[in-house]
Design a protein around this ligand. Sequence first.
Ligand code: ATP
Ligand code: MG
Length: 507
Amino acid sequence: MMPILAAERIVKQYPGVKALDGVTLSIDAGEVVSVVGENGAGKSTLMKVLAGDVRPDAGELRLEGEIVRFRDPRDAIRAGVVLIHQELSLADNLDVGANILLGREPRRGPFLDRGAARDQARAALSLVGLGRLDPATPVAGLGMGTRQLVEIAKALATDARVIIMDEPTSSLTDGETETLLATIESLKARGTTIVFISHRLEEVRRISDRVEVLRDGAHVGTLEGSAIDRESMVRLMVGRDLETSDLRSDATIGREGPPRLRVFGLETTRFPGSKIDLEVRSGEIVGLAGLVGAGRTELLRGIVGIDRIVSGVREIDGRPLVVHHPADSAAAGLVLVPEDRKADGLILEDPVRDNLVLAGLSRLARGPIRSRGRESVAATGLVGRLGVRPPRIAHPTGGLSGGNQQKVALGRWAACDPGILLLDEPTRGVDVGAKAEVHGLLDRLAREGAAILVASSELEELLSIADRIVVLHDGGIAGELSREEADESAIMALATGGRIRRDGTAA
Ligand SMILES: Nc1ncnc2c1ncn2[C@@H]1O[C@H](COP(=O)(O)OP(=O)(O)OP(=O)(O)O)[C@@H](O)[C@H]1O
Ligand SMILES: [Mg+2]
């Protein structure tokens, strides 16, 4: 069969990094091909080349056998090739429908055909399981998961023949991921070709006809059909076997210290009326589970004072903490590593060193003067500990791959030794090896006495690192599960508004 789209011997050099070093990839019509590899392996760069977003230094693209040169993404879209970027790019000032139809609004004569626009937007939304979302909803208020699904609806509305999804599930919950995987199955049945990128290898195994593995800008292997399994993918990705262990199994409940953080009756503006009581003890990692929209992010932002709260009391080490500004929390050793690293995490124009030492700046300054030397030493140490690649502290942060940016976002907080660390989706988009490093880092911080609260949509992650799991539903606490009680079905039962019977089964 003639491949629908092929990249041949693609080379792309960035200052100091060869992102792609002669990669060849061909995709047959109607196939689901996944591309996996560690952070910085070159996946996004290769996808951008396929979609006309990056011009390769050498090599060529073929569309149904013919050599093509895409000048820009619009060129590729006209040819039926659409890329959904890793970093989402919806226009916040427009509503959902306008985003989906941007630049292709249906017209009647010179006028926008509002009825047709609404119908087209609705049709695209229902393909991704958002049939009940009103196209007139402003994008600004949507959570990350819904945004991702809207982006996919937008691509579907262009009648694309090849849809490239760069880490579409990294901000989705398990339930939304199921919706997306089902959407991919139905697109495939309709003959649409899908190129899929994810660090969640289980979903890669389920969805792919073929898996292509990149390492350090080179193609290192292909797995097909029943040969696609987690171990084989990991071995090709990292070039060795990786052991995953149950980190917290020996950090048993009861050994942790006194409560460091307590909140009483905390009400966020998003869920007025839901009062949250929560406690995190020294030495403990508490997981925060819930579906997208359950209020995990709002709770974390409310605790540290990024968002105003309606009411509630915070206590640190038994003393009330008054928060007018997140800086008040930080001064008391309470910090949040946010979910959206682009919006409130990193300054992408600045070098890695500056982002890493930003949070702990005052500690590295001698008097009022910053010490460049000490900053560099501290930053170099962190880059090594977190495995940031390339390991260069002068590299612009925006030039790092998505997962490596996430490591920098985490590292800057680890750098200032917070006593109480809240994390929102700490390993979103982080590869298997780095994920283990991040989990190891959290475990180490907890053993050193930190109190840690982690929100994650990945149940597997919570089950492996949390000492207990608090499940949110509709802005309130639906229940709490000890390490022994917690498993996927118990969490899902609470997260979807069900209850757990005394015998531990879901009702
Ligand atoms: N615009 C850019 N400027 C400079 N370097 C870049 C740029 N884009 C990518 N790179 C570098 O190219 C390499 C490959 O990056 P790429 O984003 O393709 O990785 P990736 O496999 O998608 O990783 P991740 O899983 O973290 O998303 C990385 O070393 C990255 O730092
Ligand atoms: Mg990427």
